[in-house]
Design a binder for this molecule. Structure first.
Ligand code: SF4
Ligand code: F3S
Length: 106
């Protein structure tokens, strides 16, 4: 399973959703998640993210482990997204900032 991690927050570029063959991305106000039971581990989305926020659950950067649970939880409640849309307005400014988890809107 692949996991969307912290650097997506406040950016939400959405390039990832277009390449997913099983449409397993779900959208919140300022973050996307992957449904762990639907992801087929194809890895197509990983290189598409301009914010480099997508990782295999086996290769998560240190400190990002909590996003396994966050993806599992929120993919059950947020609506599906399969078409690319504009990034959030301040995406470039937020890209690479630390401590974005506290900005996550549910
Ligand atoms: Fe979709 Fe493949 Fe990414 Fe899983 S790894 S979310 S199936 S594009
Ligand atoms: Fe987020 Fe990257 Fe997709 S910023 S919306 S995981 S392209």
């Amino acid at each position: 399973t692949f996991v969307v991690t912290e650097n997506c927050i406040q950016c939400k570029y959405t390039d990832c959703v277009e390449v997913c063959p099983v449409d397993c991305f779900y959208e919140g106000p300022n973050f996307l998640v992957i449904h762990p039971d639907e992801c087929i581990d194809c890895a197509l989305c990983e290189p598409e993210c301009p914010a480099e926020a997508i990782f295999s659950e086996d290769e998560l950067p240190e400190g990002q482990e909590q996003f396994i649970e966050i993806n599992a939880e929120l993919s059950e409640v947020w609506p599906n997204i399969a078409e690319k849309k504009d990034p959030l307005p301040d995406a470039e400014e937020w890209d690479g900032k630390s401590g974005k988890l506290e900005k996550l809107e549910r």
